[in-house]
Design a protein around this ligand. Structure first.
Ligand SMILES: Nc1ncnc2c1ncn2[C@@H]1O[C@H](COP(=O)(O)OP(=O)(O)O)[C@@H](O)[C@H]1O
Ligand SMILES: [Mg+2]
Length: 340
């Protein structure tokens, strides 16, 4: 855990340096900050076990270590043979274009989504999404040990680690589940504590653009709008709401779409904010397609979809989700009891 903190500090430093100026030739030697001991130990240990993993992508120093930690296991299992380039660097995760290893039958390119150390910090704001969902450990199984759940609630270092893994496991299992149900999502191949390996959408030169980055002709827009709604319905049928759906989390490639970015997925039941989150997803999609010439009524549409899948517009409150010390929660509960 100490190492994670060191990593985050170092990550920030490297980022600041990267954004200040274009990296100079001496950049990788230019860190004024001393590398913490725990990081040095970490690197030492990695050197012993994963020495062979050398990749084409020229990563900065911290980033190279983090990639080794996050993707080393993929390399060892021959899921990944090489990291070719960074496709996107985000606040919480970066996505890398990789060459598939021998263990991937389809071969070709893969995308590795690698979470950054700061992800641990941002989990502080995740309460609204976590409500009512089962926590998963790194094999995607429900956490069952009381001690684990307790650690998470108490936010011990070990607990923070579990929460982090749970978040990634949710994205991974959601991709797998939705794909099996027929949704347009990239096939997910493997996960580690920090990363998810999935099909790469795009070609060697560039990743697929997001819908939000392109304009569509009205005919195609109409067709894709229907397709997105079909996907939303598949998600509902699998008890899932994307939670951050927008034209920027839908990739477009050769006339097809792929929905991505699922860590914040929520359940339509068991979360008091579920309908609000769902309506926001639908509205964002409708707004994009309105700009592409396809009009709709987002509120009506959201409500129709919700009810068609058997959910109540005001989802029934699960008493286990209410906080008896919260006056607002007590009022909600009272209202619901009276309404029956
Ligand atoms: N499977 C993929 N193939 C190609 N590019 C991808 C893939 N997954 C993600 N990307 C690119 O990386 C970006 C960030 O990924 P995303 O999962 O949306 O994470 P976040 O938005 O949380 O940083 C996407 O907007 C997209 O450009
Ligand atoms: Mg995204």
């Amino acid at each position: 855990m100490k190492t994670i903190n060191d990593f985050e500090e170092y990550d920030d430093l490297e980022n600041a340096e990267n954004s200040r100026q274009r990296p100079s030739k001496t950049h990788s030697h230019g860190h004024s900050k001393k590398v913490p001991l725990s990081l040095q130990a970490f690197v030492q240990q990695q050197d012993d076990t994963r020495r062979a993993f050398k990749f084409t992508y020229k990563a900065a120093r911290f980033e190279a270590w983090w990639l080794l930690d996050s993707l080393g296991e993929f390399y060892e299992h021959q899921w990944v043979a090489d990291v070719l380039r960074r496709v996107k660097g985000g606040k919480e995760a970066s996505v890398y274009q990789c060459q598939a290893g021998a263990a991937v039958a389809s071969g070709g390119l893969l995308a590795a989504k690698v979470y950054r150390p700061r992800m641990l910090r941002n989990l502080k704001n995740d309460a609204i999404y976590r409500e009512g969902r089962v926590d998963l450990n790194d094999e995607g199984n429900s956490l069952f040990k009381d001690a684990d759940v307790h650690a998470m609630q108490k936010r011990t270092a070990y607990g923070e680690d579990l929460r982090h893994t749970s978040w990634i496991a949710h994205e991974f299992t959601t991709l797998q589940n939705l794909r099996a149900a027929g949704a347009d999502v990239p096939a997910a191949h493997a996960m580690t504590r920090n990363a998810i390996l999935m099909d790469y959408i795009g070609d060697l030169g560039a990743p697929a653009p997001a819908l939000g980055e392109i304009s569509l002709e009205t005919g195609e827009a109409r067709q894709l709008f229907k397709r997105v709604l079909d996907n939303i319905e598949i998600m509902l049928s699998q008890q899932r709401i994307h939670g951050d759906l927008s034209a920027y989390n839908i990739l477009y490639w050769e006339g097809e779409i792929k929905l991505i970015d699922f860590p914040q997925v929520v359940s339509p039941t068991g979360n008091r904010s579920a309908y609000k989150i769902f309506e926001r997803d639908v509205t964002r999609i409708c707004d994009y397609f309105t700009r592409q010439g396809v009009r709709s009524n987002p509120r009506q549409l959201a409500s129709d979809l919700w009810q068609r899948h058997g959910y109540q517009t005001r989802p029934e409150l699960d008493v286990r989700l209410l906080d008896g010390d919260d006056p607002q929660d007590r009022a909600l509960w009272q209202k619901q009891k009276n309404g029956r």
